[in-house]
Design a protein around this ligand. Structure first.
Ligand code: SF4
Length: 239
């Protein structure tokens, strides 16, 4: 290991391991991990590989991802050969219709058009990926943004109709990176170029020191609106 893990972080790792094991037993083949390939999700990939490899994972390839993210996807597939990984793409007819009507970069023009693009490229493929499952796992953390400061380890996802597990809810950014370095987990090289949160290439930019970690996502919109619909900011009902 290239970096020490603190006792506090070790306790959190063991907590996540317990949650993953419990979820794998409780939901069997009805649970899936939504892997965005962000820093949190490479941590979860590593932990699932070690603790609960029966949990399947998927990646949404929107067709607008940065080259660096696709490179990481190939690395993850190679390193974690023991995990089942599916990649979901948007429906070609949906993308063609959106672009024909609005233009290739219409998301800059209005929030409605931006959400329309996210719907076609992310939300519809997500619905397909979640279909038939009872629970899904995400790498959301409370401190990521104003839209995520109340997330629970386990909560009912009303919009998608299944349980949503957020095992890293209480992790700090520092702990995420301590885990990555200690376990030499592959990560997106854009993180080394001041991209703490990475989405589609045209909707993500580097941030300055002191800025909110998600301020590089859809930077032209208000902070309260900076979600794509995968993780709505509105409170979820607990089950
Ligand atoms: S993040 Fe940008 S390019 Fe990606 S789906 Fe949303 S609006 Fe479209």
């Amino acid at each position: 290991m290239s970096e020490q893990i603190s006792a506090e972080l070790q306790a959190k790792i063991e907590h996540v391991a317990g949650l993953l094991n419990q979820a794998a037993g409780e939901y069997a083949d009805g649970i899936v991990f939504a892997n965005s390939l962000g820093a949190e999700d490479v941590v979860l990939t590593d932990l699932i590989s070690k603790q609960a490899p029966s949990i399947r994972m998927f990646v949404l390839d929107t067709g607008r991802l940065p080259e660096e993210t696709l490179k990481l996807l190939a690395q993850v597939r190679q390193r974690y050969g023991n995990l089942k990984l599916d990649v979901y793409y948007p429906e070609a007819a949906d993308v063609e219709a959106y672009v024909a009507e609005n233009g290739i970069n219409a998301f800059y023009e209005s929030q409605e058009l931006r959400k329309g693009c996210c719907f076609v490229r992310k939300i519809k493929p997500l619905k397909r990926a979640l279909s038939g499952n009872k629970a899904w796992i995400t790498g959301l953390r409370r401190e990521q943004s104003v839209t995520r400061d109340e997330i629970a380890f386990s909560e009912w996802d009303e919009g998608n109709g299944l349980q949503k597990l957020n095992p890293l809810a209480d992790w700090s950014e520092k702990e995420v990176w301590a885990y990555i370095r200690a376990n030499e987990v592959p990560y997106n090289e854009l993180h080394d170029r001041h991209y703490p949160s990475i989405g589609c290439a045209p909707c993500t930019r580097a941030i300055s020191v002191g800025e909110d970690v998600r301020s590089g996502r859809w930077w032209w919109e208000n902070p309260e609106n900076r979600e794509c619909g995968l993780h709505p900011a509105t409170p979820l009902k607990f089950k």
